[in-house]
Structure formats: C-alpha cells, structure tokens
Design a protein around this ligand. Structure first.
Ligand code: M6R
Length: 613
C-alpha cells in the first residue's frame, strides 16, 4: 500500500523519482506527489490520479534539484485528492514527509498539537506526524534525525517514512516499522524505495532497514542507522539478485498477461534444486532444520489472505492426503482477533506473495508469542514475513507486479506440494510408488502448463460471449474447490463482475436459486476428483438453463455433450490439477476485464501489498 521513493546525490532527482513511482504504482494509485529540494527551498508537486497525471501537472513547473522524495498513494485517512496526496509539509513549510502505513494514535497527537496552535490542511495522519516532528525539532532544538527518533517513540502504528528538510540538500531521514524500506547504495548517492524495483537499474547494493530503525541518508557519508531506542546499528549491504527485465512488460500489453505466461518458467524456478535428480528426494533447504517439527506437529495452521489463502486451502488437501497431518486454514485477519488456541506443538505456516501483508504478519506474531513454530512461504526476498519466521521457503516466482496474483499462486501451490510430498515420504504416509509418480509428474508439470496456455485464443472467444454479464458462479470439488474460489476472486477483482466460488455440491443448498438462462457457471470437471458427482452437478445446472463453461480433461466426452464451452487440460494426477485448471480461469478473467475496458494491472480500490489492517 503506497509506494515511496527518494534520491539524494548529484543527479537530477525528479526524473529518477518519477520513474521509480511508475515502477511502484502497483502499490497504490489514487494520487501521487513529489517534493524536490534545491537552493530555493522545497517545492511540492501533487496531483490526484495516477503518476501520469502528476507528470502532466508538473510538466511546466520547476522540478530541478538533486534531492527529492515521491509517493504514490492508496488512501487510508482522507479521500484521494490533491490536498491529501503526499508529500505533506510541516506548518513552517520547512519539512516534507512521505509515509506508507497508518499512525493509529494520530487523533490524540493532533489534538495536542492543535492545543499548541498547529493547524492542518489535510485529513491525513501523515500531516500530523510531520507537525509532531517539527514541534519536537523547534522546541528541543535537535537535528532532524533526532527529532524523527523522538517523534517515532510517541507513535503507535505502522510506517515507512522519508523526511527532508529545507536547506539540507544532501540528506534525508528514513524510518520503518511494519512497512518496508530498501536503501540503494550508489557512489556518493543513495536511492530509497518501498521495494527494490525502482533501485535495480542504478545499483544492486542495498540495505534493508529493519523494524524500529531510523537511517540518516547523506550523499557524502556512510549510512548512519539507529533504533528508536537510540542504539547504533551497522548497515549490512545485500547484493540484489533481480534483473531489470523481470520488472518490465517485455512486449506483453499487461503485467498480468506476462505473469500468466511466465508460469511454466516460474514453476521450474521454484522446483530448481529442490528435487534430487538421482534419489528424487525433496530438499527444501530453508526448512530442512524444521522437518522433524513439521512431521511431529499436532496441527499445521495455515494463515494467509486472498489468493494466498486459496493456495493454503490446496495445502490443506495436500498435507492431509500425503502427510496425514491435520490442517486448519485461517484467514489471517480472523485468526489474529479471535483468541485462537495455539500450542507449542503447532506449526503455523504463513503464505504471502509480498511477505508484507499486515494481517498475516500479525497472525504470525501472535503464533510466535504463543510458542508455536512459525514458517513462511513468500515470494519477495527479504520481506517482513521471512524475517520474522523461524524458517521458510521462497517461491522464486520473480517479481509479480499485476495486482491480480497469478504466478505467485501457482508457485505457492508448488512449494506446498513439495513440502507435503517430502513430509509424506519421510513419515511413510505416502507409498513409494505414489511418491515417485507424483514427483515425476511435478517435475514435468511446466510442459502441461505450456499446453494449457495454448487455450488462450479459445478463451478469448468465450470471453466475448460473457463479457457483459453481471454475475458468475464458479464450481469445483476437492482439490479444485479452492481453484473455483480463486477463479471467482480473479474475475471480480479485475472485471468488477460479481462472482462467487462454491464447492459444487453446495450449489443445491442455496446458490442454485440464482441459476437462470442468463447465469454463466464455470465448472471444473476434470477426470478423477469426484468426476461423476460433478457431472451430476452439471446436469442440475443444465436443467435450470444455466450457461456452462467447463474445464475438462482432454478427451472428455460426457461433459462436452452438456457444456456450452469446454476447455481441455492435459491428463494429470488429481492432486496436481490445480496447477493446470487455474490457468484458463486466469485467462478468462484477463480477457473479460480487458473487453470491459478495465485497468487489468491496477484494478480500482486495490493495491498489491496490503500493509494496513
Ligand atoms: O501478498 P499476499 O499474498 O499476502 O497478498 C494477499 C492478498 O492481498 C492477495 O492475494 C490479493 O487477494 C490479490 N490481489 C489477489 O489477486
């Protein structure tokens, strides 16, 4: 939520910041702004809308200067407009701040500041914070670095902030708690951003700020880092392993389509080095020390949100089938607030693409506090969840920039499959024959994914037929029930069509009342997996005039006779079918959204990384 970016050095800051904001726009896009420092002071340029609107607005204004900060916003406090857009200034106009996160106690701080004579222009919590910093700086006669530190000690909430000061043209102050900050280290220059994507084209040396740390970023000096408690820290420089082409569209019209098509590769990257070529044993280096803990766990509790929660549901089927360990899959937001029973013998596994989702992080913190072993499956290297967990496995999907999660989902399912297979084999709950057949299929699944992607043209035709409907129902059973949920989420988030996913057999307990000859129903009806029962559900839909799009196993005849449209996927073990059946549903959502004129990569009201509750 919200992207922040900054530059200090000898180059012109504005073009670097604008480019960085475009790269971070997936994090929020309801307004954007920059503050640039030069010898005349700090000038702020802000605009409602996207980064392109800001650029148009700034085109004829002075944006020269070699220090600057920029922000693209996902509104929390105050409607998205020019006044509420970041950066925000202190009352005396000498300090400027950008902020990602929420200051929970901003109301009481605001009241106290108002009593001292401060007045505010915006409805934001961020403006309150910069006034607090100004107040401390002026009254206690301390440096900006110290004023930020003292102010943050009063603040409750989550934040990543960057603050600059008039006349201090080679330095800004950054701090984080609960929201990410990466500092790129150049030669006599620094870059700063919410993630590494705006930095990678300038330097691959970065410092990840830790929670509770504040950095003084001065272009002529080494980084100085302290904690809020005033303890000095030594910056640790990491080498980025990110390449520029992974964060560009590479000839595709949208990131989402590029990421859908990247799935064979991201699956391979996720599997790479994790299956011994001779023995076929699974080796997930990140969790190998915790294998016994998982094997002996009384329960695995999976916590996640959105698409990652759907992957977790597939994980439940996999762990229970292969490893015979009871699994509970929890919405992180519910789990953290309902006084859950967590024991030391539980393994709590968080799944998150971004590794920053606030609810998932909080659920993990709670589980850690209660003594459970906490593990993670994340995509973004160095993000908060991997830093909090005892151990974990990365998905290696590469950067996912489209707000709708696609390749992250498939790679999460791949890691869950590897984990469940590995534990099942070790525990002896999975026979050798089954294990070897499944592993062989998994190693080659990317080829089948390639084949499914070839259905794209057929799916585009189907999308033409259904682009104007108002509702969609998605049905699946067993391993494909979570896929039905995921298909419905994908459609609603990018096309704004109301869509619901159901276990196919539940249809007759309510949703069947919705079916008429207007209603499209997507059914996952692959062979095995209760196929005959799904066929009965299809008959029930047909009898009520519903229009059917079915995902079937190639060569299927029965469903073909009943459905209006059939999309074939290659034959595959039922346990691995989600890796295939999910793909036509991603493509269907993409084409329908595009035909409806929706912004596929940046759907309204959403943001990629949900760092607020
Ligand atoms: O980064 P995370 O995987 O923790 O994100 C969780 C959800 O916010 C995310 O999956 C969301 O539902 C996606 N927009 C779905 O496409």
């Amino acid at each position: 939520m919200c992207g922040i970016v900054g530059y200090v050095g000898s180059k012109e800051a504005y073009p670097i910041i604008i480019k960085g904001l475009r790269r971070l726009e997936y994090r929020g896009y309801d307004s954007a702004g920059v503050a640039i420092g030069n010898n005349s002071g700090i000038s702020q340029l802000k605009q409602k809308g996207k980064v392109a609107d800001l650029e148009a607005y700034a085109a004829d204004k002075d944006s020269s200067g070699s220090i600057g900060i920029g922000h693209t916003r996902w509104a929390t406090h105050g409607v998205p407009n020019q006044v509420n857009a970041h950066p925000h200034m202190s009352g005396d106009g000498k300090l400027s701040i950008i902020h990602n996160g929420i200051i929970e106690n901003y109301a009481s701080i605001k009241t106290a500041l108002q009593a001292k004579g401060h007045t505010f222009k915006s409805d934001t919590d961020t403006e309150v914070l910069i006034h607090l910093i100004e107040d401390i700086k002026n009254h206690e006669k301390v440096s900006l670095f110290e004023a930020v530190r003292i102010a943050l000690a009063e603040v409750i909430g989550a934040y990543a902030i960057v603050v600059m000061e008039e006349g201090l043209n080679n330095e800004f102050i950054a701090a984080r708690k609960g929201s990410p900050i990466v500092i790129g280290v150049g030669r006599d220059e620094y870059y700063i951003a919410s993630d590494a994507t705006p930095i990678i084209e300038y330097t691959n040396e970065v410092v990840y700020l830790e929670d509770g740390e504040i950095a003084r970023v001065n272009s002529g000096e080494e980084l100085e880092i302290k904690t809020i408690e005033n303890e000095s820290k030594t910056p640790y420089i990491h080498e980025l392993e990110l390449s520029l082409d992974t964060i560009e569209k590479g000839g595709f019209p949208h990131f989402m389509l590029k990421e859908i098509y990247e799935q064979p590769k991201s699956i391979l990257d996720t599997l790479r080095g994790r299956i011994n070529p001779e023995t076929k044993e699974v080796k997930l280096g990140g969790i190998s020390d915790y294998e016994q803990k998982i094997m002996n766990a009384d329960r695995i509790i999976i916590v996640a949100c959105g698409t990652s929660w759907h992957a977790g549901l597939i994980g439940e089927y996999l762990f229970e089938d292969f490893a015979r360990i009871p699994v509970e899959v929890e919405y992180a937001s519910e789990f953290r607030y309902r006084n859950p029973i967590i024991r030391e013998t539980d393994v709590v596994l968080a799944i998150s693409q971004s590794g920053e989702t606030a609810d998932t992080l909080a659920a993990l913190e709670l589980a850690k506090e209660k003594g459970a072993t906490i593990l993670g499956i994340c995509n973004v290297v160095g993000s908060s969840i991997p830093r909090l967990t005892h151990a974990g496995s990365y998905t290696h999907a590469g950067p996912e920039i489209g707000v709708a999660s696609t390749k992250a989902f498939t790679t999460q399912v791949v890691v869950l499959t590897l984990m469940a297979l590995g534990i099942g084999k070790e525990k002896g709950t999975l026979s050798n024959t089954d294990y070897h057949q499944l592993i062989t299929e998994l190693e080659l699944i990317h080829e089948k994914v390639e084949k499914v992607l070839k259905t794209n043209d057929q799916i585009e035709e189907i999308a033409k037929e259904f682009k104007d409907v108002s509702n969609f129902l998605y049905l699946g059973r067993g391993y494909n029930f979570p896929v039905a949920l995921e298909g419905a989420l994908k459609l609603k988030e990018i096309s704004y069509i109301h869509a619901e996913g159901y276990p196919a057999a539940e249809m007759k307990h309510g949703p069947i009342a919705l079916i008429d000859d207007e209603m499209p129903i997507v059914v996952i009806a692959t062979k095995k997996g209760n196929y005959e029962k799904v066929v009965s559900n299809i008959q029930e839909v047909k009898a009520r005039g519903g229009r059917l799009i079915a995902i079937v196993t190639e060569g299927d005849k029965t469903v073909k006779e009943l459905a209006d449209y059939c999309i074939e996927i290659p034959n595959c073990f039922e346990e691995l079918t989600p890796l295939l059946t999910n793909i036509p549903l991603q493509l269907l959502s993409y084409h329908i959204a595009l035909m409806r004129g929706c912004n596929v990569d940046q759907p309204r009201n959403l943001a990629k990384s949900v760092t607020v509750e």
